[in-house]
Design a protein around this ligand. Sequence first.
Ligand SMILES: [Fe+2]
Ligand SMILES: [Fe+2]
Length: 199
Amino acid sequence: MEAMRIIMDEHRSLEAILSAVRYILGEIGARRLAPDFALMRALVHYLEAYPEQSHHPKEDRYLFAPLKLRTAEGAAALATLEREHAESEGRIRSLKRALCAYAEGAPGGFYGFVDAFEAYRNFYHAHLQLEEREILPLAVRHFTEEDWAAAAAGFRAGADPLEGTRDAAREDEFARIFAKLVAAAPAPVGLGVGPYLED
Ligand SMILES: [Fe+2]
Ligand SMILES: [Fe+2]
């Protein structure tokens, strides 16, 4: 079940990134860390390129579509998840708008970005849980060997660069973002050695 491993890896990787960003925003709010807008823009770019434009479309195609051919179970959860996948652009737009306002020094810009980010993080927490609780067990029960083989091939292509990729240029770019994020976050996510402000 290589496809299952890749899906779970991509979920854990996203959760690790979101935890690291949450920690960093907390440190910025406490004035222990200076904001790094280039890093935050790179982060939003990563979220758009991988979880939103790669992971979800692969789930639609290689997980949800074949599952619907095998069983009618899980229809309500699938409908919710597909709608949430389709709302991807709006989610990223909200984050970008809030980050722009923050970077331009708009009044309340930092807290606006924190709110937008928290909404994004909460959304993902519920989304990943629903997939793992309702849909993955159904795939385990109903997928044929051919379904798993097709899903493995589909998920392998364009895999999240933070979990091993075939595209070295992007891997470098995103690995750098991730390295910076985890360096600033505490264990178990990070190393706890960020670019801290000197008081
Ligand atoms: Fe999803
Ligand atoms: Fe997912």
